[in-house]
Write a protein that binds this ligand. Structure first.
Ligand SMILES: C[S@@+](CC[C@H](N)C(=O)[O-])C[C@H]1O[C@@H](n2cnc3c(N)ncnc32)[C@H](O)[C@@H]1O
Length: 318
């Protein structure tokens, strides 16, 4: 059967590509887990370094990435497989089944081709059904969230995940409008957001609906919960010397990764006034490098999506 959506080269440009290859340094014979396969840009780069020896395990909760995976598989002699599902669940299952990896990569958020397909409802730029599910088979979409959550819940989501200044005003306007007619389309939501904020703010930084759409997407897909569960599962499945890389696009995501790495590096958890260590805990990871890697100005000029990207890498001690 022909794939319903054929991949094109312009679908998704992998961010921090050179930095990913340099810091993860894949070697022939290793096992690479790309937990956010997308259009397979990073996977293709990492797989080429394995020189036909080793394994690639790709994960994505969006089944529409299958044609991209098939394209990669046709071009490689590596053992490669695609597992559909939420990455924290799949990583936990792989680990429980004794699968071990040398590299685990998480490139968070949505791919350009998901944003570019209006029917997925991720974009505020085109009128489409209000959806935003990365996994189209999951039950909870932006439609349920916008129509069912309380005014307070909506305001909290817009504030926390979107850092939206007019969170309360927008939540109030949404609740008022849905009393007469439920929200079905992104266009209705964009109009309501625009009408709820002061006129000068409509022409401020970026599209006025950008932050609310980001917040709804994070909530609908439980993006932060997935990261919190995935990091320990990834660590568990790494072999000693294995590398974990996470690219985040939001300060809340990056904070979770940073705190996780700090905790794994910490080792001893005894109170500071104990004369000797009695807990016996040893550091299990090293952040390599210590600080987050940011894209170069040249990359941001080529690919504006890279602007907010932060890469953190940890190596399992062993
Ligand atoms: C930014 S894109 C990855 C792009 C990819 N690195 C490339 O070079 O083409 C993120 C991908 O991860 C998937 N994704 C995001 N969160 C996920 C999760 N919790 N579980 C599984 N897949 C997820 C999305 O469906 C999307 O395809």
């Amino acid at each position: 059967m022909l794939p319903s959506v054929l991949p094109t080269e312009s679908d998704h440009v992998p961010v921090l590509a050179d930095e990913i290859v340099a810091t993860l340094d894949p070697r022939p014979g290793e096992t690479v887990v790309d937990a956010t396969f997308g259009a397979g840009g990073h996977s293709t780069l990492l797989a080429s370094r394995l020189k036909g020896q080793g394994k690639l395990i790709a994960i994505d909760r969006d089944p529409s990435v299958t044609p991209y995976f098939e394209r990669l598989r046709r071009g490689t002699s590596l053992k490669a497989r695609l597992l559909s599902g939420e990455f924290s669940t799949v990583l936990e299952q792989l680990s429980a089944n004794g699968v071990r990896a040398d590299i685990v990569l998480l490139d968070l958020g949505v791919a350009s081709m998901q944003l570019g397909r209006p029917e997925r409802g991720f974009s505020y730029a085109v009128d489409a059904p209000l959806d935003m599910r990365m996994d189209p088979s999951s039950e909870y979409s932006a439609r349920e969230l916008v129509n069912d959550a309380s005014e307070r819940e909506l305001a909290d989501i817009f504030k926390r995940y979107g850092e939206e200044r007019y969170a309360r005003q927008i939540a109030r306007a949404i609740v008022r409008r849905r009393q007469t007619e439920p929200f079905e389309r992104t266009g209705d939501l964009v109009e309501t957001i625009k009408a709820a904020i002061p006129a000068p703010a409509r022409f401020g930084e970026g599209h006025p609906a950008k932050r609310v759409f980001q917040a709804l997407r994070i909530e609908v897909n439980d993006e932060l919960g997935a990261i919190e569960r995935a990091l320990p599962a990834a660590l568990e499945m790494l072999r000693p010397g294995g590398r974990l890389a996470v690219i985040s696009f939001h300060s809340l995501e990056d904070r979770l990764v940073k705190q996780f790495l700090r905790k794994q590096e910490g080792g001893c958890t005894c109170p500071p006034d104990f004369p000797i260590c009695i807990c016996g805990s040893k550091p299990v990871m090293r952040a390599t490098p210590r600080r987050a890697i940011r894209p170069s100005t040249a990359e941001v000029a080529r690919n504006p999506r890279a602007q907010s990207a932060r890469l953190r890498v940890g190596t399992k001690v062993g």
